[in-house]
Design a protein around this ligand. Structure first.
Ligand SMILES: [Zn+2]
Length: 468
């Protein structure tokens, strides 16, 4: 049995042509080959795309041959080949080059007609899908999956997908140019604004990825998430070394969440020196709090040491265990001095080399680090207990850590994953856009004519008369 698929093309001048695009032979008795196969569907889509784009290009060329200013016919210089890359194959096109008319002063002598029409040789939809998928999974996996199901072309590979994603990320970054870095207006003007909602909380966290250039080293990436009662959380991420506008990024994200100029922001972080500086730099006027989640994590580590010590030295072990509990309790109530005193006592006990505990030195190191950590972050330690009673936020780790969601899941899953500073930074831009559900809007803004996902399904109503 032979199936021939034909396309009827009606151009803007009302002329209709019918063209065969593919013929498929099916052996009726073969139960393994019923209906359209994936390979056939790929050929079908490729042929159809080829036909459609070629016709559109031809029409475009026909209707743009004349000078756009005086309508005089332009002289042809020649043809040159371009390749238009789409989800349904690479379409070879012949672009007409014409001499520019002398009715207007244009620096270039000639114009390539199709380059005006498709300045980027990658279709927006291809870029959208590549970016979306590669933000969620590895570049190689993205290209393999696309090749599995679509006739994207065998030349597609991890590095082409990565290059395309980088281009999208750069464009996102360019969009931030000209956006405000600071809240506009002054305190007097803010006073006239409606009463703002609850403070917006921004959690900020640092993580590490492997350095591609210096294989044995890591570098830091920063990820953050904003929470507000009314809107879905939004994430942001960057590599500090690369990013020129972390503050713009934060401001733009917060205004997307409906932040009012007179609204308070509560920053939560784990208080690492560089992060603390960064968050103060981003938004000095806000409330900065040491994330209780990170505090308890550190206490958990110390408690494990104390437990180990109890086994070899029950008396001192039990004492340290109790002191750590008090230190945590004091901290919960914002009594930093008392808490430090208790940790200091633990340090004193551990300092004694008569102590029977094999991990004594390690424990001592952790305890003194905890002392410094609390001391350095003192200005960020509130009365957690009181905040908790008043239903005010004290921790970001309700669901999962931001760094895990934004960075680790995509960038450190496999040991061999290595990154350049730029590469990591660009991926963080598209990845946060995807996780925030913003990529679609970003593309719709850049390409207003693009029918993307759900929108396209709703808009497309088949013309039933055509089938009749
Ligand atoms: Zn002209």
């Amino acid at each position: 049995m032979q199936f021939t698929i034909q396309v009827s093309v009606k151009d803007d001048f009302g002329e209709t042509t019918i063209e065969d695009i593919i013929s498929l032979d099916k052996v009726p008795d073969n139960p393994d080959d019923i209906g359209l196969s994936l390979m056939e569907s790929k050929s079908l889509l490729k042929s159809l795309q080829n036909l459609m784009v070629s016709h559109q290009a031809e029409l475009y060329t026909k209707t743009h041959l004349n000078c756009p200013h005086c309508q005089k016919k332009r002289r042809i210089k020649g043809h040159y080949g371009i390749h238009y890359r789409t989800l349904f194959g690479i379409v070879p096109l012949s672009s007409l080059r014409v001499y520019n008319c002398d009715c207007k002063v244009i620096p270039a002598k000639t114009t390539s007609l199709l380059t005006d029409w498709i300045p980027d040789h990658n279709s927006p939809e291809l870029q959208y899908i590549e970016t979306k998928w590669a933000s969620l999974m590895a570049y190689g996996l993205t290209s393999n999956l696309l090749k599995d199901i679509l006739p994207v072309g065998t030349a597609l590979n991890a590095s082409t997908v990565r290059n395309h994603l980088h281009k999208v990320a750069k464009r996102q970054e360019n969009d931030l140019e000209g956006k405000p870095e600071y809240i506009s207006g002054c305190a007097y003007e803010w006073g006239n604004l409606p009463k703002p909602g609850k403070p917006i909380t921004v959690g900020i966290d640092g993580g590490y990825v492997r350095n591609w250039y210096e294989k044995k080293t890591n570098f830091e990436v920063v990820a953050g998430k904003s929470f507000s009662k009314e809107k879905a959380p939004k994430r942001f991420g960057f590599v500090q070394k690369i990013d020129d506008h972390p503050r713009k990024k934060l401001m733009s994200m917060l205004s997307d969440q409906g932040m009012q100029n007179n609204q308070q922001i509560t920053f939560l972080s784990d208080g690492a020196d560089n992060l603390r500086d960064l968050q103060f730099m981003m938004y000095p006027e806000s409330l900065h709090i040491l994330d209780w989640f990170h505090v308890t994590m550190r206490f958990t580590v110390l408690n494990q040491f104390a437990k180990g010590m109890k086994k070899s030295d029950p008396k001192d072990g039990a004492m340290i265990f109790k002191d750590l509990e008090s230190a945590k309790w004091y901290l919960w109530h914002g009594n930093v001095q008392e808490s430090l005193e208790k940790i200091g006592e633990c340090c004193d006990v551990c300092y004694d080399d008569e102590l029977h505990y094999e991990n004594r030195k390690k424990f001592y190191k952790h305890l003194s680090e905890m002392y410094t950590y609390i001391e350095n972050n003192q200005p960020m330690i509130p009365n957690y207990g009181e905040r908790y009673r008043y239903d005010e936020i004290i921790s970001t780790a309700f669901v999962e850590s931001t760094i895990n969601e934004v960075v680790a899941k995509r960038m450190v899953k496999k040991q061999q994953m290595q990154w350049s500073h730029k590469g990591a930074h660009y991926l963080l831009q598209t990845r946060t856009a995807v996780l925030n559900g913003d990529l679609k809007n970003i593309f719709s803004g850049w390409y207003p004519g693009l029918k993307i996902e759900g929108q396209a399904e709703k808009q497309y109503i088949p013309d039933l008369n055509l089938a009749a």
